[in-house]
Design a protein around this ligand. Sequence first.
Ligand code: PLP
Length: 453
Amino acid sequence: MGSDKTRFGLDETRIPEAWYNVIPDLKNPPAPPKAFAPDGTELTMDQIGERLGMIFPAECIKQEMSPERWIDIPGAVIDVYKTYRPSPLLRARQLERVLGLPAGVKIFYKYEGVSPAGSHKPNTAIPQAYYNKLEGITKISTETGAGQWGSALSIAGALYGIDVEVFMVKVSYEQKPYRRILMETYGGTVHASPTDLTEAGRHVLAMDPDSTGSLGIAISEAVEVAIKDPGTHYALGSVLNHVCLHQTIIGQEAIEQMRLAEEEPDVVIGCVGGGSNFAGIAFPYYHRKLEGKSNARLLAVEPKACPTLTAGEYRYDLGDEAGMTPQMLMYTLGHDFVPAGIHAGGLRYHGDSPLVSQLVHEGEVEAVAVDQTACFDAAAQFARAEGILPAPESSHAILAAINEAKAAQAAGEDRCILFNLSGHGHFDLAAYAAYNAGELVDFDFAAGTTLEE
Ligand SMILES: *Cc1c(COP(=O)(O)O)cnc(C)c1O
């Protein structure tokens, strides 16, 4: 069984016409968000909806709690998806050869690095910008850490004629100029956060004029800008249900491409920061399992420095440090948890998508935590075999895929492995420089200290 090809391409007529919404297929209905007034009284769902309506388009809020299994992708969004989708699916034949795998152990990967921003994030930035455009919104504010999300939203804004204002954590703004230049070239406005443009920023600067910023501060600034101006909305690049929904085109395409490869995966793997790229590849396979067409294990991979799914608590927590967002039921390390400065910046989030969290809690998704240095070893091995330089975030999925292959080989079993390569690492060369110089270390979450120095 199995095709002898290496690349399983689809043409643009095969882009899915609907996103897959996992909510109606969950064993239990998802827990609603919670929010409280300053005096401590709990807000009703209508009041929460009203607040969210100040910063998000109505269509995204509707998708957030939708009971519909399939949600049509607007034709105008599909037209933009056509510039880079369907993304390729490859069999990692060169990696398999280097690893010396037997014929029955196969590795496939879906490659999202072909998008304009070099990751899966445009898959949601494009529909979010589109829905904002329909509502007459002229500006979207957001925060960005390393700049992946800010650059995805900047190109999406440019496509629909919407201004994008990005609050970039100051330390990244200064240390990672290339993502900032990309955002500016797409027409985005980028500020080093904390700024003196918002009350939240001025408050921080008054206490500490040399603050290097944090994602929590940047979120507060971006949300404040959106709340104060009726023509401005805010956008999030992960965690929320509608973001996970938009990413499901990844898994739907993968199912089609694995059909061309004449294979069914035994395990489907993705790295997890806020959970959106993992949801993107895994949720359509969850549906396929319910249809009785797949037995795949679904495996989420996170960094040991920020092990939300494997060491966090399953409880209500705030989505951000500053407390601007409602509370959600999810795995969390606590909204004030500040993870060590690993290079996979996109995986340094204290919480996780409530949907991914629920599937872990219900035993439908497995989770594993891995070390930074092992991830970079896997990334280098992958780059030397397949040629693609992976994003440090994606390297977590690569390591898990290699570990699955080795385990199958050791057990004398056949195994078909599929992982999502969420992005390329062309803007992460400083991290690779540190790796090449032998300067990377591992972080122990519990102790908050490095393991090897
Ligand atoms: C942002 C990012 C991630 C982490 O975000 P998720 O929402 O968990 O997918 C992973 N990989 C890349 C390349 C990213 O840019």
